[in-house]
Design a protein around this ligand. Structure first.
Ligand SMILES: *Cc1c(COP(=O)(O)O)cnc(C)c1O
Length: 237
């Protein structure tokens, strides 16, 4: 990490923070109502910890191997670590004692494994249910029409607590279109919330990334997951 990239991260962090505040205000809320989570895939721990030193307090990883390889280096005294990527059931046991929230739960099988592994460790793991709002093939997430049924199946699982919903909408050619998806998600969030299902609290609505977090907040997101706008373009090599 160079001095220059540290300064870039600082500049980006302040900019994003201001835009979050502006979108929050525009949607009748306050800056502190919105959680800024940094998506840290491919980003080294020094850069992540620099962002944490600026005030960032939530980070999210996508891949189990990468999370484990960086785990000892994160400054987790000052930030909460979450899992935001697609998670295979057979890898749950490797991370369940390390993360505060798993955002990407979309099946009873995965939820059952998280619950079982959590109970073994005497903890309850907070989860979000991922919704495939664009009904895209080959994309994780439950379809909206199957959400309530899945939530009912999760209710008896004592090792998990459902805290809300997350989504990654389809890539859209304009912001108007993507805003529609965010709006549908927000309606779903409100609708589920009003049903007061067992073991389900609709507290977190996680949507919006670098290109569209502003629009997501306008439509009701209270957690945004931002990677490249904070750390710069990802280098996968
Ligand atoms: C990478 C990633 C993000 C952030 O993407 P950017 O476009 O770089 O902001 C958000 N959510 C998930 C699940 C991701 O994998």
């Amino acid at each position: 990490m160079t001095e220059r990239s540290f300064r870039d991260i600082e500049y980006n962090y302040r900019m994003i923070d201001e835009r979050i505040a502006e979108a929050a205000e525009k949607s009748g809320r306050r800056r502190e109502d919105i959680t800024f989570l940094a998506a840290t895939k491919t980003v080294d721990a020094a850069a992540i910890n620099h962002a944490i030193s600026l005030g960032l307090d939530h980070i999210g990883e996508n891949r189990v191997q990468e999370l484990l390889s960086k785990y000892e280096q994160y400054d987790l005294e000052h930030a909460s670590l979450q899992f935001i990527g697609h998670l295979q059931s057979n890898k749950v046991r490797q991370i369940v004692d390390k993360v505060d929230l798993i955002q990407s739960v979309d099946s009873l099988k995965l939820a059952s494994e998280i619950s079982a592994q959590s109970i073994k460790r005497g903890k309850v793991t907070d989860i979000l249910v991922e919704v495939n709002i664009g009904r895209e093939e080959n994309k994780s997430g439950v379809f909206a029409e199957n959400l309530e049924e899945l939530l009912a199946q999760l209710a008896p699982l004592e090792g998990i607590s459902v805290k809300g919903l997350m989504t990654i909408p389809p890539i859209c050619e304009n912001t108007h279109k993507i805003q529609k998806y965010f709006n549908i998600m927000h309606k779903l969030f409100i609708d589920i919330s009003s049903k007061k299902l067992d073991n389900v609290s609709m507290t977190i609505l996680s949507m919006g990334m670098s290109a569209d977090y502003y629009e997501a907040i306008l439509e009701g997101a209270n957690m945004v997951r931002i990677g490249s706008a904070l750390f710069g373009a990802r280098n996968y090599t």
